[in-house]
Design a binder for this molecule. Structure first.
Ligand SMILES: C[S@@+](CC[C@H](N)C(=O)[O-])C[C@H]1O[C@@H](n2cnc3c(N)ncnc32)[C@H](O)[C@@H]1O
Length: 264
């Protein structure tokens, strides 16, 4: 695993992101995008209890709640939880750290965790163990993590280039996220008693989206973050064509690995 560093620590980064963002839409408009496309593979017709650990502003929790699924969101950022509660007081969303959960063993039938674990600098494996403790035997999971690949290295270079212009030449000093190889994460899940059924190399946002003239909305003032998060960060026709080429090498050009499986 490789540590990615930034000029802002992980906790401050998420609090800032969530305080700047508007609340998420009540449901995904496009079911073919990350993360809902993958959540659907395990939640679909599930009638039991579902948890989303690290639920952010609650786009997944809201989506399933609207469909009658019994879903609980757990999120470390008080700012994010407060925002969700102000808008949708009937949602079950709790402030909490996934390294120490208060649910009994096997409480949930299905667990989701999108982009959560790579934020935990110390004790990432213990946090995964703790979330799996709350999953019943033979319960399904869908979790995603940042891959250690070429796209992530280019991304890091881009952010550090931008930040260096802002803060000067010194190296970034704060932990941002872990970048993990597929085999490393497979080994962690297997050691914790999981059977991995599928692995996907997916995209939250294409790296090409950084280039304004390849975006569907060149000027971000014409589109809200709420729309981007529920419809996907769309590219224009040229961007989409180039992106298809990149997707021919998904292991190198992706920004999330999604693992679907069961607890044995
Ligand atoms: C990439 S965001 C994902 C948000 C949401 N799952 C989504 O897809 O929109 C990761 C979230 O995990 C939260 N998080 C990080 N460490 C956490 C921890 N130890 N316990 C609970 N939440 C945590 C962050 O605050 C952030 O909101």
């Amino acid at each position: 695993m490789r540590k990615m560093m930034r000029y802002e620590d992980n906790l401050k980064y998420w609090d800032r992101r969530w305080s700047e963002a508007e609340c998420d839409a009540d449901s995904f408009e496009n079911l073919d995008i990350y993360p809902i496309k993958y959540a659907e593979m395990v939640v679909g017709n599930n009638n039991g209890r579902v948890a989303e650990f690290g639920c952010g502003l609650g786009r997944v929790v809201k989506h399933y709640h609207a469909r009658g699924v019994e879903i609980t969101g757990i999120e470390r950022s008080e700012i994010a939880v407060q925002k969700i509660k102000e808008e949708s007081s009937d949602l079950k969303v709790l402030v909490g750290d996934v390294s120490k959960l208060s649910f009994p063993d096997g409480y949930f039938d299905t667990i989701l965790a999108f982009g959560l674990y790579h934020n935990i600098e110390d004790g990432m494996v213990d946090a995964i163990k703790e979330t799996l403790r709350c999953l019943k035997g033979s319960g399904g999971f869908c979790v995603s993590i940042r891959p250690d690949n070429l796209e992530m290295r280019l991304n890091e270079w881009y952010w550090n280039f931008k930040a260096r212009k802002k803060y000067g030449k010194s190296r970034p000093g704060y932990f941002h996220k872990w970048a993990v190889k597929e085999d490393e994460f497979r080994a962690i899940l297997k050691d914790l008693g999981c059977k991995i059924e599928k692995v996907f190399y997916a995209r939250n946002v294409s790296i090409l989206w950084r280039v304004p003239f390849l975006r569907k909305y060149r000027n971000l003032k014409n589109v809200s973050e709420k729309e981007l998060r529920s419809c996907g960060y769309q590219l224009n026709t040229v961007g989409e064509l180039l992106d298809r080429l990149l997707r021919l090498a998904p292991r190198s050009f992706s920004n999330v690995m999604v693992f679907i499986g069961k607890k044995l």
